[in-house]
Design a protein around this ligand. Structure first.
Ligand SMILES: Nc1ncnc2c1ncn2[C@@H]1O[C@H](COP(=O)(O)OP(=O)(O)OP(=O)(O)O)[C@@H](O)[C@H]1O
Ligand SMILES: [Mg+2]
Length: 362
């Protein structure tokens, strides 16, 4: 959570109900001045609704919003003056690029001469200076997205809200635009709240990530915190592949979970709170195929190779243990490795501190 003095936007117990459905269910979170916060979650988890509440386009059923310590819950959208970029760029088709970007300044009553200089500067910032006279339909998807960004940023909004702005772009363009948005954020220094349901995008772009599910914030933290120390099983599974290993005779002591799995003793660091049917969770990239049983300081299990799925530089090896637990790990597609033929039984090992303990039932 951000230091109290850094907090720019604060949501306190925001609920938005549509009849019996809680699109947002007591969402509390602090957004620091100048941060790049990403809202990540599955479809229908409340991301857009929360963004719309911040913008003032959707009125919360209950709860409070503050900007710099001032209650803005009742402040109308036009008085908040936050910039917004939507998924489908929503450019004016009959206006040129420059006219689209100038539009908010024109609405605000700025004189034509003053507008021209600001627009030229903004088009330069987003790399569209030579294209000011084109119409939106004469631009590529990425260029249109940059016009939408420029239009949202031209009035120097204190907050820029971006709702899945890259989802219509192909992978290469999307990655290029991710870089451009990050560099715009650094250059401009406004507070960015960015929505996506793509976990890689969230982890690579943000200073912090808030993970939503069923209208609730499941966890908020830096990309490393949420990926390496997920608060619960939903977060662990949503942020990437994860192997979940159930334990017999599980005991939590001295912040470690220890128990038995198919005859092997396994252990992992455990959080302080109670765990409900604890399991050991391990990201595939920490697991290795080994020629033999685990060394000191390692965990290990035996499993049968079920399939190998080619994925370019890395392949995914899918394994099944004697009791039917499925394990997946990454192996280099080329190079020497222990035998990985289908049906073969192999050892899988990982450092004891690379896994973590989770409640098996969420
Ligand atoms: N105007 C509305 N009337 C009724 N239900 C609504 C309304 N707006 C949103 N909802 C419901 O609120 C929930 C949250 O919707 P929201 O659009 O915030 O999800 P989201 O996380 O942005 O999803 P997506 O990734 O699909 O855009 C959904 O169940 C949705 O059907
Ligand atoms: Mg949405």
């Amino acid at each position: 959570m951000a230091e109290a003095s850094d907090v720019f936007l604060r949501a306190v117990e925001i609920t938005k109900s549509y009849g019996a459905l809680h699109a947002l269910d007591r969402v509390s979170l602090d957004i620091a001045r100048g941060e790049f916060l990403t809202l990540l979650g599955p479809s229908g988890s409340g991301k857009t609704t929360f963004l719309m509440c911040l913008a003032g386009f959707v009125e919360a059923t209950a709860g409070r919003l503050e900007e710099a310590g001032v209650d803005i819950t009742q402040r109308p959208a036009e008085a908040r003056r936050y910039g917004m970029v939507f998924q489908g760029y929503a450019l004016f088709p009959h206006m040129s690029v420059a006219e689209n970007v100038a539009f908010p300044l024109r609405v605000a009553g700025m004189a034509r001469g003053a507008r021209g200089a600001r627009v030229a500067e903004m088009l330069e910032t987003v790399g569209l200076a030579p294209l000011g006279n084109r119409r939106p339909h004469q631009l590529s998807g990425g260029q249109q997205q940059r016009v939408a960004l420029a239009r949202a940023l031209i009035s120097h909004p204190p907050v820029l809200l971006l709702d899945e702005p890259l989802s219509a772009l192909d992978k290469n363009l999307r990655e290029q635009m991710q870089e451009e948005i990050k560099s715009l954020h650094r250059k401009i220094g406004s507070t960015f709240v960015f929505v996506t349901h793509d976990q890689t995008e969230a982890l690579s772009m943000s200073s912090r990530v808030a993970i939503f599910n069923h209208g609730r914030v499941q966890q908020i933290g830096t990309p490393e915190e949420v990926y390496e120390h997920p608060a619960n099983r939903f977060v662990a599974e949503f942020l990437g592949r994860i192997n979940l290993i159930p334990l017999d005779q599980a005991v939590v002591a001295n912040c470690r979970l220890t128990g038995r799995f198919e005859g092997q003793e396994l252990t992992a660091p455990a959080p302080k709170g109670p765990l409900n049917t604890p399991v050991i969770a391990v990201r595939p990239e920490y697991m290795r195929l080994s020629a033999g049983p685990p060394h000191q300081g390692e965990n290990g299990l035996r499993a049968r190779v079920r399939a190998r799925v080619y994925g370019g530089a890395q392949s995914v090896l899918q394994l099944t243990t004697d009791s039917g637990v499925e394990i997946s790990l990454d192996v280099p597609s080329r190079g020497e490795a222990p035998s990985m033929a289908c049906g073969e039984t192999v050892w899988v090992t990982w450092p004891r501190d690379s896994g973590f303990a989770l409640s098996g039932e969420s």
